[in-house]
Design a binder for this molecule. Structure first.
Ligand code: PEP
Ligand code: MN
Length: 338
C-alpha cells in the first residue's frame, strides 16, 4: 500500500500514520520529497482496511498495490482458467460457448421446444430458472425442482448441459444431480453464506455481477467460492444499475477486458438482463464476443411475447438463429472458434 501525505502534513501527522501502519502489521518505508512525504507499506496489506488510513489527518491518498483477492487474481493462474464440462465443452478456452433458454422454466412443451432449437443453432447449455428471484412476491416464482427435472430431461435428450440459478443453501442438494453449473444471480452476489457453501461443492458456479457491484466486489465474491476449494468459477457481466433509464441495466462491456486483466477466471456476458430489450440483445452480444467474452448467456423462448418472466428481453427463436450465425463471424474475426 502507498500513503501519500498532503504537502502541508506535519511531522506529528506523519508519525501518527506510520504508527497506525505498524499497528496493522505493515512494514513502513518513508520517502521524504521536496514537498511531499510518501509512505510505502509492505506486508499483509490485503486484509487491511485502507479507509481507516484515508481519514487520518494529513493524508492525501491511499492506494492498494497488491490485489485484495488472492485466488481470483490473474497472478494466481497467469495462463487463465478453463472450466471443463461434459460433452467436451469448456469455458475459458478458444471456443466461445452459448448458454440459452427461457428466463423461467414454465412447462414441458416450452422447455423441450427451446432445447431442440438451442441445440440445432449450436448452443451448448440450456438455461432456465426453476427458482426465480422476482422483485414482486406476487410474480411467478418458478416451478422449483419438478421444473428443473423437466429442463434436465430436455437438455440431456438434446445433448445439452444445464445451468440454473440457486437462490439458497437449502436448494443445493436437490439441484446437484440436475445441473452442470450452478448460477448465482445478481441479487445473491453478496450472499456470502451461499457463496461459502458453493465453495464446498465440486461443480462449476456461474457468478453474476450484482446490480450495483464493482468489479472488485465481484472478484471478492468469487474468492468466497474459491477459498472453499471450488476453483471452477465463471464470472458474468449482466449489466449494472446506473442513472440511464433507456435500458433496463447498463451493459458494462468494458468489464470484460477489465476482468481479463485482473483475473484468470472466464467471463460470460448476459446481454438479455444487460439491456432488457430484445432488439438490443444481439448488438450487445456481438460487442461482448468482440470484447473477449468466453460465453454468451441469452434468454430465448418459443413464444417470447408470452414468457412468464422477462418477456421484453427474450429473443424469438428466429432472432436467436440469426444471432448465432452473426456470433460465428465475430468470434472468427477475433481469433476464437464458435
Ligand atoms: C436470470 O438469469 O434469469 C436472472 C434472474 O438474472 P440476474 O440475476 O442477472 O438478474
Ligand atoms: Mn431473466
Amino acid at each position: 500500500m502507498i500513503v501519500a501525505m498532503q504537502e502541508l502534513a506535519t511531522e506529528d501527522q506523519i508519525d501518527l500514520v506510520i504508527e497506525a501502519m505498524v499497528d496493522a502489521g505493515v512494514g513502513v518505508h518513508r520517502t521524504t520529497g521536496a514537498t511531499q512525504t510518501i509512505l510505502a507499506g509492505v506486508g499483509p496489506t490485503s486484509s487491511v482496511d485502507l479507509t481507516k488510513f484515508e481519514v487520518l489527518p494529513g493524508v492525501l491518498h491511499v492506494h492498494r498495490i497488491s490485489s485484495p483477492y488472492k485466488l481470483a487474481g490473474r497472478g494466481f493462474r497467469p495462463e487463465g482458467t478453463v472450466v471443463e464440462f461434459a460433452n467436451g465443452v469448456s469455458i475459458g478456452g478458444a471456443r466461445v460457448v452459448v448458454m440459452a433458454g427461457p428466463c423461467a422454466i414454465e412447462n414441458e412443451v416450452q422447455i423441450v421446444e427451446t432445447a431442440k432449437r438451442v441445440k440445432a443453432a449450436g448452443g451448448s447449455f440450456l438455461r432456465g430458472g426453476a427458482f426465480k428471484p422476482r422483485s414482486s412476491p406476487y410474480a411467478f416464482q418458478g416451478l422449483g425442482i419438478p421444473g428443473l427435472q423437466l429442463m434436465f430431461d430436455a437438455a440431456r435428450a438434446n445433448g445439452l448441459l444445464v445451468v440454473s440459478e440457486v437462490m439458497e443453501i437449502s436448494q443445493i442438494e436437490a439441484m446437484l444431480p440436475l445441473v452442470d453449473c450452478f448460477q448465482v444471480g445478481a441479487r445473491n452476489m453478496q450472499n456470502f453464506n451461499l457463496l461459502r457453501e458453493l465453495g464446498q461443492v465440486r461443480k462449476p458456479v456461474l457468478l453474476k455481477r450484482g446490480i450495483a457491484a464493482t468489479i472488485e466486489e465481484l472478484l471478492l465474491s468469487s474468492e468466497y467460492i474459491m477459498s472453499g476449494g471450488n476453483y471452477d468459477v465463471i464470472l458474468c457481466e449482466r449489466g449494472i444499475r446506473t442513472y440511464e433509464t433507456a435500458t433496463r441495466n447498463t451493459m458494462d462491456i468494458s468489464a470484460i477486458p477489465v476482468v481479463k486483466k485482473l483475473s484468470h477466471l472466464p467471463i460470460v456476458a448476459d446481454p438479455s438482463h444487460g439491456t432488457g430489450h430484445r432488439e438490443m440483445v444481439a448488438p450487445m452480444a456481438r460487442a461482448a464476443v468482440a470484447a473477449g467474452a468466453d460465453a454468451i448467456l441469452v434468454e430465448v423462448h418459443p413464444n417470447a411475447d408470452k414468457a412468464a418472466s422477462d418477456a421484453a428481453q427474450t429473443l424469438y427463436l428466429d432472432q436467436f438463429d440469426k444471432l448465432m450465425s452473426e456470433l460465428r463471424v465475430i468470434a472468427a474475426a477475433v481469433g476464437r472458434t464458435f
